[in-house]
Each structure stands twice: as structure tokens, then as C-alpha cells.
Design a binder for this molecule. Structure first.
Ligand code: NI
Length: 172
């Protein structure tokens, strides 16, 4: 297993639509193991393929709670979104050091495959719902800063650039 370099804001792969995984093979399993290691190293709770430069539809999540378990999801799809919304602070390992409150549907239903190729259906609310939406966004080339107001986005980006100039933003 290896900690992979994380793609940062400005990297083209973060803006591309990732392609469906056609085959769950050893290469993909190694990628997933590396993504977990990379996510834990950066102290994140979710990571998507494009963030490690791999434009394929795979995510890993670990909310790091006693009642939660780490999981990988292949070709995840949002099949239902709640009508109600929630607003809460988000950050991203690809835009370290800054965060913003993002409004999203409060609950979602997500379908995909596990690492054995078995179909999974997850009904999620709260932090898990938010995390799944954030990571699936990554697979479509969307970042959380795209989901805040232009004014707020400018502020977040200014802060990010300042932190970057000041000698590398710390993670999260
Ligand atoms: Ni992110």
C-alpha cells in the first residue's frame, strides 16, 4: 500500500468526468487500498479517484465514528435526493486549509458496487449523506466551491491562495 499524491485545486483531472469502472480487478483493489491509506494519512473522511489522479468512478469513505465502517463504492450513483436541505461546513483534501457551509439535500439514496462487485444500496442522512454527495460530485468534476455563492467562493479562494503563498496549506 502507498500514500498517493493528492491532486490540488487547479489540476485538470479534478474537473473531468471520471469514467465508469468496467472491471473490478487487482489493479482496482490496489488503488482502493492506496486511496484508504492516502485518506487516513491526510485525515480526511472521504476521497474520490480523481483526487489521486485516477479518473475512474471509485470513492472511499470512513466517517471515523464508532458506529460507522469504512467502505469503498464503485460506480456510485445518486438515485434519490431528499426535498429538504441541510447546510453544513465542508472541506476538501484538494483545497486544504479552507472550508465553507454548503447546502445540499439532507438525505440521499446511493447505489453502486462493493469491491466484490456486489450491488449496494445505501440510504444516508446527516454527515454520510453529505460525504457521499461531495465524493460523487468529485466523479463529475464538481467541487464544493461550485456549490456556494460567487461572493463566498471568491472569499474562500482568496483565503486559499493566501495560505498557499504562505508556504503550503496544511491539510483539511
Ligand atoms: Ni473533496
Amino acid at each position: 500500500m502507498a500514500v498517493l499524491p493528492i491532486e490540488m485545486l487547479g489540476s485538470e483531472v479534478l474537473r473531468r468526468r471520471a469514467v465508469e469502472v468496467a472491471e473490478i480487478d487487482e489493479t482496482l483493489r490496489i488503488l482502493i487500498a492506496d486511496m484508504f491509506e492516502t485518506m487516513y494519512d491526510a485525515e480526511g473522511i472521504g476521497l474520490a479517484g480523481p483526487q489521486v489522479g485516477v479518473s475512474r468512478r471509485v470513492i472511499v469513505v470512513d466517517l471515523q465514528r464508532e458506529d460507522s465502517q469504512p467502505f469503498a463504492l464503485i460506480n456510485p450513483r445518486l438515485v434519490e435526493s431528499g426535498r429538504e436541505t441541510d447546510k453544513a461546513e465542508e472541506g476538501c483534501l484538494s483545497i486544504p486549509g479552507v472550508g465553507a457551509a454548503v447546502e445540499r439535500p439532507d438525505r440521499v439514496v446511493v447505489e453502486g458496487l462493493d469491491t466484490d462487485g456486489h450491488p449496494i444500496r445505501m440510504e444516508a442522512d446527516g454527515l454520510l449523506s453529505r460525504c457521499l454527495q461531495h465524493e460523487i460530485d468529485h466523479l463529475d468534476g464538481v467541487l464544493f466551491i461550485d456549490r456556494i455563492s460567487p461572493l463566498k467562493r471568491r472569499m474562500v479562494l482568496q483565503k486559499y491562495k493566501r495560505a498557499e503563498r504562505a508556504g503550503g496549506a496544511s491539510s483539511r
